[in-house]
Design a protein around this ligand. Structure first.
Ligand code: BGC
Length: 885
């Protein structure tokens, strides 16, 4: 049985406000709900402070049902609130028998393309089959009340009704293991239909199913070559009767103006071949062909649990140059994923070619070598009837620069407009501080996240790769949560990850699992435990743990079986892209084995599986002992002696207490030996800054954070980065571009430092799962004198803003109703701290707990607070006054 969950956020102008009870009503109609009747579910008054993931326990819910709900809550004094505004959801198609539609397609163009390819003398320039157009006319003899479209594809599609696109989503149905499952999307099509003649049409392109994936030459058709559409438009007439228009043999097929459409290669559109009115009723389609039926795979069809890819920003070019005659290069001012909208007036047959790149060559032309085999070229052939506006539909590129050729005359600033695409995860974070480089870094991190969250978390959006690398995802996921609400986005991908698990329990290098098909790689495969755990930590979502519990347990068993004396041998990627610091792979792998086991124990605790928890805790202790015996020396040195081995051992609590300070010293020495620089790769960087905090050396973290010499975050920014580079040395003044074989300028892994920025600079973290209890602990340091950040948690908005002024510390804090926070404030003693002008310990909603050395610890209830600590700056060990900007 399907059991949706209900969540709400409470707002209150009062301090220290709580929820003591709630009452939910779910009704089958708006009128019923208005009348205060929960005919589907009436929870009654439930004494509880729960506001998130309240499970529906009403009458069974059926396919297509519309549900209306509202909630009211009782506050700390037992007074009820008003009812919330009604909200609604609609049930999807729950059972396979709900599906009447058949898989349809049109395969002749594939054969033609294959033949042309075989005869072509440029095997590297693939001849791609053109997208297919599918259509059907139908009559609706009566007025309609409602129409709903359910659609999916093996391939990617756009559905059109009566000349209009249905929905705003791109690349539906998204990327899954199509052999196992495919998702459908649901659209309200009511306003697009009319009584009388109607038409439905679809364009179907290769997408992930049949298009290029991965880096091998002509690496296409990974799931099949016969792309398919499956769609049904369900019409409910005003008189209550229904009708379904479904894909079936009565549809017709053709090819049209779209000549090619491929994620890596780009899109080609010949406007001279446009078939005006093909998606409207009454189009003359006698030359169209019968459709092909049946599919090569037989996946489960389920509702898309994730976030649709949408346009989210328009970007105007900042400048244009002409490095070679007739070759215009636009700088969009920002590295992003998407494409451009072209605006042109040109004669019939004029061919405008747009090529996309992240960087420029020294001569100002675009640098495309790092794209490898991704042609990343969009071509538009003009119709020649005045102004023409075009943008692609079935491709995207990762770029900052666009080269335009074939444009008549000199293009103006409006010739192209950037369209940024991303899975539209709601933005929940903001960050700003008194240091411009840090602000640019934060901007680069966010843009790189948007560019890589395209249905799945990818490594990069530009070259012929764009895969769901699991290692990248696990190092970045916690940071991702500070920028956007990624609960649904990862709920979707975690299923991809589990679908890709091997029979023996090995999680993959990439999910969906194609091209890089290995399993069991340390720190990559561990994503199978770390990612569900992180989603639980941030959103308090136990269901995600339940859903993946078995597969997580199988991973731990896999690691146990594939270890020797609990040491994990590994042939994987190690501390990928570190700088002259090779972390031994077995040390790294064993550290991760221990860490995943510990998280597994905690999952078991959360789910009340006491025996499992004890078993995994005990296994953790044994792995830890093996780790110490094999690699940790009495003087605290750890095999490999890289920053990363120390970081992992400290972050994952692998060392006996007495050894910890010694290991910490070795980490600090190593940083010092490198003249105050980090050397960590993807894996070490994730925990580096947090570990420096933990060992009481946030000053060193700040020094790394402010560095702008190689290797550092600031280095790329000093050289104009608008995104996070894959490598610390993606480009250097002396060597130029790194090996083009692997050099992306939009990889998010090193952006994982934003977790530290939120937790240390802004001081916002959760204490336990789901931000029910919050920690507010900004640690001013480095050259910063002010910072301001916000994070919209699952309980509501959290914000901090601090500044140092005349030696004093001012901190504004906001936390949502029904939460509490521990607030930690540098202070000589409790009596120098005020809150809104009152001695802090006496202020409403504030409770003084204790002094922790030079910090006063308070507990606060919900609300907004203004703390002031006189003379606190002199007590801040991490502040570097000399460097203050
Ligand atoms: C990807 C990475 C990935 C790595 C594995 C690269 O090609 O771009 O982000 O984690 O391979 O070593």
């Amino acid at each position: 049985m399907v059991r949706p969950r209900h969540s709400w956020i409470i707002a209150s102008p009062r301090r220290d406000q709580k929820q003591t009870a709630y009452h939910i009503l779910v009704a089958g109609s708006e009128a019923m709900l208005k009348a205060g009747k929960g005919d589907l579910w009436n929870s009654g008054k439930i004494a509880s402070d729960q506001t998130a993931h309240v499970v529906y326990t009403g009458k069974p819910l059926q396919s297509r049902m519309r549900c209306f709900w509202k909630v009211r809550v009782w506050d700390g004094d037992g007074r009820p609130s008003a009812w919330s505004d009604p909200a609604t959801w609609t049930m999807g198609l729950i059972e396979e028998k709900d599906w009447r539609a058949e898989w349809i397609g049109y395969d002749a163009p594939v054969e033609a393309a294959k033949k042309a390819m075989a005869e072509s003398d440029t095997p590297d320039g693939p001849v791609l089959p053109p997208p297919r157009y599918l259509r059907k006319d139908f009559d609706l003899g009566k007025p309609i009340r409602r129409a709903t479209l359910y659609a999916t594809a093996l391939g990617i599609y756009e559905v059109r009704v009566n000349g209009h696109r249905v929905g705003d989503d791109y690349f539906t149905p998204g990327w899954t293991d199509y052999n196992t499952r495919v998702y459908y999307h649901t659209y309200d099509a009511t306003d697009l239909l009319r009584e009388g003649g109607n038409a439905i049409g679809a364009v179907l392109a290769d997408g992930w199913y049949a298009g290029h994936l991965g880096w091998k030459s002509n690496s296409r058709e990974h799931y099949g070559d016969k792309i398919r559409l499956r769609a049904q438009l369900e019409v409910e007439y005003a008189d209550g009767s229904t009708r379904i228009i479904a894909t079936d043999p009565t549809w017709k097929a053709a090819i049209g103006p779209l000549i090619e459409a491929d994620f890596f290669m780009g899109e080609t559109h010949d406007a001279r071949r446009e078939m005006t009115g093909w998606d409207a009723p009454g189009f003359e389609d006698s030359a169209w062909t019968a459709v092909d039926l049946a599919s090569q795979v037989d996946p489960m069809v389920q509702a898309h649990p994730g976030v649709p890819v949408r346009e989210f920003a328009e970007i105007k070019p900042v400048s244009m140059t002409e490095p070679q005659e007739g070759r215009f290069v636009f700088d969009m001012g920002q590295n992003f994923a998407g494409f451009v909208r072209l605006n042109v007036t040109a004669p019939n047959g004029e061919k405008i070619v747009m090529r996309f790149a992240e960087r420029l060559n020294p001569d100002g032309t675009i640098y495309t070598t790092n794209l490898r085999r991704a042609r990343a070229t969009d071509t538009y052939i003009c119709r020649g009837e005045g102004e023409e506006i075009w943008q692609p539909r079935f491709t995207f590129h990762g770029f900052q620069y666009v080269e335009v050729t074939g444009y008549p005359g000199r293009p103006g600033p409006d010739a192209i407009t950037g369209i940024a695409l991303s899975s539209k995860t709601p933005i929940v974070g903001s960050f700003k501080c008194s240091d411009e480089m840090a602000n640019q870094l934060y901007s680069n991190i966010r843009w790189t996240q948007w560019a890589n969250f395209i249905d799945i978390p990818t490594d990069c959006p530009q070259r012929d790769e764009r895969m769901g690398w699991t290692g990248d995802a696990q190092v970045y996921i916690r940071t991702a949560t500070y920028n956007a609400n990624v609960a649904a986005f990862f709920t979707k991908w975690l299923v991809d990850l589990e679908d890709a698990q091997s029979a023996e329990g090995g999680f993959p290098d990439v999910a969906p699992r194609k091209i890089a098909t290995d399993v069991g790689t340390a720190a990559w495969a561990d994503a199978g435990v770390i990612c569900p755990w992180t989603i639980y930590e941030v959103y308090g979502d136990k269901r995600v743990l339940e859903r993946h519990y078995e597969s997580m347990a199988r991973w731990i068993a896999y690691c146990t079986n594939n270890s020797e004396g609990l040491l994990r041998p590994d042939k994987g990627y190690g501390d990928w892209l570190s700088i002259q610091a090779d972390t031994p792979k077995d040390v790294l792998a064993t550290a991760y084995f221990a860490y995943s086991t510990k998280l597994m124990a905690r999952c078991a605790e959360v789910l009340g599986k006491t025996d499992d928890a004890a078993r995994h805790h005990e296994l953790f202790e044994r792995i830890k002992a093996a780790f110490n015996k094999a690699w940790v020396h009495d003087d605290g040195r750890i095999e490999g002696e890289t920053q990363t081995v120390y970081v992992l051992a400290l972050a994952f609590d692998l060392l006996p207490e007495a050894v910890r300070p010694l290991a910490a010293e070795h980490l600090l020495e190593n940083i010092q030996e490198r003249d105050g620089h980090l050397s960590t790769g993807f894996i070490g960087t994730k925990n580096l800054m947090g570990v420096l905090n933990r060992i009481g050396r946030a000053d060193v973290a700040y020094a790394l954070f402010h560095n702008d010499t190689f290797p550092s975050w600031g280095f790329s920014i000093r050289h104009g980065a608008t995104s996070i580079w894959e490598r610390w040395d993606g480009w250097t003044p002396d060597k130029g571009f790194q090996d083009p074989g692997m050099n992306s300028f939009a990889h998010y892994s090193f952006g994982a430092v934003a977790q530290w920025m939120f937790q240390t600079i802004a001081g916002i973290d959760s204490d336990g799962a789901g931000f029910k209890r919050i920690i507010i602990h900004p640690r001013p340091g480095g050259r910063l004198h002010a910072a301001k950040a916000s994070y919209h948690s699952i309980r509501g908005p959290i914000a901090t803003e601090w500044k140092l002024q005349n030696g004093d510390y001012l901190l504004d804090v906001e936390i949502p109703a029904n939460t509490t926070a521990i607030v930690i404030i540098p202070a000589a003693g409790p009596n120098v701290v005020t809150e809104s002008g009152w001695p802090a310990g006496e202020a409403e909603g504030v409770r003084f707990l204790r002094m922790d050395q030079d910090e006063a610890v308070y507990e606060i209830g919900s609300g907004s607070y203004r703390f002031f600590s006189r003379g606190a700056e002199s007590l801040m060990p991490f502040v570097n006054k000399a460097k203050r900007n």
